[in-house]
Design a protein around this ligand. Structure first.
Ligand SMILES: [Zn+2]
Length: 231
């Protein structure tokens, strides 16, 4: 009997995919005790994640109603991740590559790694107000970080919006057609942007200016400064 309903996504789950205290499924539950407990979450997370991908469940979740312009994303064939707490590493992305998902929206998701590298299969990646942790061996814990890294990636269209959650986006040794950055800082090194670098909202909510640093060996065909991004 599937009697457990996730308070985030509204789907029903078997006991082993469910955290009864949090009333959240394994995809959406907080994982504050992840350090040393990776095996408690990771295999179950991947199983359920694969099932959701196979059944195209992510697109049908009720929480998708929260996405503004949802129709745009859904009609345009994006896979939608909202409030997903990804436990450790980013190899779930390999699963998306195999499944042929080329356009991805991450909204208010949590990642326990802050590095994305060697991704080439994605056409569009959109990040909106995501949270990042990194490993800290000295503290034997995952600690909050405001740095995100993309290395050795070839992505057609990357949008990074940190409007409520400003981050420092560090990109090196990569190729993009278009990068859009909103409400966050950007540092580029040895990276080619063959069409446009769009930068919006250079001030954060505290009226600090975000920085854009273009370091060695970069090619950027065009830079646009905007008030707001469209997505
Ligand atoms: Zn859920």
């Amino acid at each position: 009997m599937l009697q457990n309903t996730c308070s985030v996504c509204g789907e029903k789950f078997e006991d082993h995919y469910f955290d009864k205290e949090q009333t959240k499924c394994i995809l959406h539950c907080e994982k504050n005790d992840l350090w040393g407990n990776e095996n408690k979450y990771y295999p179950l997370f991947l199983e359920l994640f694969a099932e959701f991908i196979q059944n195209d469940t992510f697109k049908k979740l009720k929480i998708n109603d929260e996405i503004s312009d949802a129709n745009f994303f859904i009609k345009d064939g994006y896979i939608l991740f909202i409030y997903v707490v990804f436990p450790n590493y980013n190899d779930f992305l390999l699963m998306l590559e195999f499944a042929g998902n080329k356009k991805i929206l991450f909204e208010k998701c949590t990642f326990f790694t802050n590095r994305f590298s060697k991704y080439e299969k994605f056409e569009r990646m959109v990040f909106r107000d995501c949270f990042f942790y990194k490993r800290n061996s000295r503290k034997e814990s995952y600690v909050v970080t405001d740095n995100v890294y993309f290395n050795n990636s070839t992505i057609n269209f990357l949008t990074y919006s940190g409007q409520n959650q400003p981050m420092n986006l560090n990109i090196r040794d990569s190729n993009f057609t278009i990068i859009c950055v909103q409400g966050s800082s950007l540092a580029l090194k040895n990276t080619r942007i063959s069409e446009d670098l769009m930068i919006a909202d250079l001030r954060d909510e505290k009226e600090n200016f975000n920085q854009v640093v273009i370091d060695k060996n970069c090619f950027i065909k065009h830079i646009s400064l905007l008030n707001r991004l469209l997505s």
